[in-house]
Design a binder for this molecule. Structure first.
Ligand code: PLP
Length: 409
């Protein structure tokens, strides 16, 4: 099928839930994606922080092939070695002692956390079922996790939602204090809000939040679906702070490019579930687990050092770009290689989406969230040369001959 047929048949046969960019992917390798005509794109989005180790990383592909030749699926009613190995590895990387539940996605990892929080609350005191979430959060698209997603635009038209989620303001402890009471069983937070526009939790805020939770016997749940797996320069974003969450959820890059979710918790919290309380037919699929185990081997100190070094360089270059275009570029912020650049809202400016599209036409893939936040999440293997390429393209789009694009016709 040629490009225009694919685009028109997609419209005809698929639900229009995604506003796609006009690019047909034909293959991908490392930091690059090629379209159907053979044009190459530098990927600074990693399929939403999924392909953190680069596309088709040979070590991961090899592990997938090997496992695919053994067995593709076995019911979770039987034991498999790779699941046990990965659970052990995840605990070593995070809270050391505890338990893991495997699922297939971020939303499912959070659903598991919400169910555990409810059970936990019930065991503390009758009626403790409320979960405090934060404005501009994103926790998934199932009805449960959508109810936890404090964004009007996402929830619009899906009422009645799951009750029991209270919305506090990110980085505002007083707003949490107002909502926390005997009914609160948990607080659910992204240490760095991803879809909400790369908003980084303050050190004092998170540490005080943990104090509040402990005092109230409420669980502190970190949604690290987007931030884990080295994205922010540490294995998990919470490791930038001196806090220890009671539950961590992860997905996205966990499966090395394949769908895999995990919910990690302490032994005591894991005790709320017994046989039959939770499950998933596909959860912890052996091929996805094999890919994840291969990915874990790549997630070493050298890679994390690269995230911090390249992230720092990227940040410096973006700051310089902001100084050069102060009327177009607002705040620049980020942690490791989870980086954002605000486009200043002004009648003269084109939208964030248009900016992304212009960059795509020039061979780089970046993203826009919240209409005006340009988001960069390159594979963790990028270097300063790749950063220069992206900055160069953005400069061409911002200034140069395209300068007139910034004025609405
Ligand atoms: C992407 C994301 C989710 C949802 O993950 P899915 O795999 O799409 O269900 C949940 N939380 C955060 C922070 C995310 O970034």
């Amino acid at each position: 099928m040629n490009k225009s047929t694919i685009i028109s048949e997609e419209k005809k046969y698929m639900m229009s839930t995604y506003r796609r960019y006009p690019l047909v992917v034909s293959r991908a390798s490392g930091k690059y994606i090629w379209d159907e005509k053979g044009a190459r794109y530098l990927d600074f989005f990693s399929g939403l922080s999924v392909t953190n180790f680069g596309h088709c990383r040979p070590e991961i592909v090899k592990a997938i092939r090997k496992q695919a030749g053994k067995y593709l699926h076995t019911s979770n009613l039987y034991y498999t070695c790779p699941q046990v190995q990965l659970a052990k590895r995840l605990l070593e990387m995070s809270i050391k002692k505890g338990k893991v539940f495997f699922s297939n996605s971020g939303a499912e990892a959070n659903e598991c956390a919400v169910k555990m929080a409810r059970r936990w609350g019930r065991a503390q005191r009758p009626g403790a079922h409320e979960i405090i979430v934060f404005k501009n959060s994103f926790h998934g698209r199932t009805i449960g996790t959508l109810s936890a997603t404090a964004q009007k635009q996402q929830q619009k038209g899906f009422v009645p939602l799951l009750p029991g989620f209270k919305q506090a303001v990110f980085n505002d402890l007083a707003s949490v204090k107002k909502l926390m009471n005997k009914k609160t069983c948990a607080v659910l937070i992204e240490p760095v809000q991803g879809e909400g526009g790369i908003n980084i939790a303050g050190r004092n805020f998170l540490e005080a939040l943990q104090g509040l939770c402990r005092k109230n016997k409420s669980l502190l749940i970190f949604d690290e679906v987007q931030t884990a797996m080295g994205r922010t320069g540490k294995l998990f974003a919470y490791q930038h702070y001196s806090v220890k969450p009671d539950i961590i959820t992860m997905a996205k890059a966990l499966g090395g490019g394949l769908p895999l979710g995990a919910t990690i918790t302490t032994d005591i919290v894991a005790g709320v579930f017994s046989y039959g309380d939770h499950g998933s037919t596909f959860g912890g699929n052996p091929v996805c687990i094999a890919a994840s185990l291969a990915a874990m081997k790549l997630l070493n100190k050298g890679l994390l050092d690269n995230v911090n070094k390249t992230g720092k360089y990227f940040f410096e270059r973006l700051r310089a770009l902001k100084n050069k275009y102060p009327l177009i570029i607002g705040e620049v912020r980020g942690l490791g290689l989870m980086v954002a650049m605000d486009i200043i809202e002004s009648k003269r400016n084109i939208s964030g989406r248009d900016f992304v599209l212009k960059c795509l036409e020039k061979g780089i893939m970046i993203n826009c969230t919240q209409d005006k936040v340009i988001r960069f999440m390159p594979p963790l293997i990028v270097n300063s040369h790749d950063v220069n390429t992206v900055i160069g393209v953005m400069e061409e789009v911002l200034g140069g001959r395209e300068g007139h694009l910034w004025i609405k016709k």
